[in-house]
Design a protein around this ligand. Sequence first.
Ligand SMILES: [Zn+2]
Ligand SMILES: [Zn+2]
Length: 335
Amino acid sequence: MRPDTPAEHIAEAERLIRTATRYPEDQEPLLLQAAAHLELADARERASTLYDQLLAGSPADPHLIKALQAANLWEYGHEAEARALISGIRTAAPADPAPWEVIAESLEAHDELEASLDCFNEAATLLVADAAPLTPATTALLTGRHRVRRLLGLPHDDWDMVADTRHIGPIPLDELHDPKRIWALGSDDPAELRAEIARLRAELGDRRAALSRPFPVAMLHWPERELDELVTAYPTLAAEYPSHDAHLAHIEASLRALAASGTTNLGIVTGSVPSYEAFAASEKTSPASPSLLAEYATTLAARGKADTWPPTSTGPCWCGSTKPYPECHGGPTAA
Ligand SMILES: [Zn+2]
Ligand SMILES: [Zn+2]
């Protein structure tokens, strides 16, 4: 299911482009994801065409698309166009952290550390307020800023301290971002130097992948009445769903396991029998086929239909119970 080779990425991109013609109202998330797969296959020119196609419409998130386009163009030698897009985004000063992060990282990737830091600073000044709590996206801004400031050898400031405090992971941020450590290692052992650089790149790459993947890895959820109707109509699916309670517990447990293994951008899509039957018809497959369920979930997610998991700690549970998440499936024993 998860594409790995360039050919698989191209095939997945083409599947998403076909899906976009079937669901024109969900074109933006589908084509953005298709472009991300094309970039992963190094089909950068085709990715550019998709970004241009999206920008020619009236996209919901033009700044993010322009930022991704700038990063993509610069990767295959169109530096002047990339720079023009980047300065346009800086002038527009979007209120969304994601485009800022993409352009700052693009500058960083091309060794323009001062300009990269300027972008991180502009974004943080605009979007990190003392009074408002940090979100994952604004935390990512401060983390990127921390990395670039470490590479420039600058002393810590207050935002760097915040980045350190907020960082979760086995390796402390200062160790992960320490250029001295990288160079010290390099003088002794070039293999370890390469490993360190690879680790820094991987950290960056994961984040980029999360940004250009606007839809999450999603679990399929059936409300109780829909599940009853589904297994009554298609008894072959009953083996997948022993009971509604077990179905809900399985969703929560699976998402927690994915989160614990480091998967980010998780979500839940909610199925309905009519939409599932329509999907089966469009795929020319029987709705009774259990293997269709995962395809259905992936396609709903690709159409931007997923709710983010976990819900906020004060929000209602994803299961529809109306109880707060921590008192329902978010509780310590629920999963
Ligand atoms: Zn630090
Ligand atoms: Zn619940």
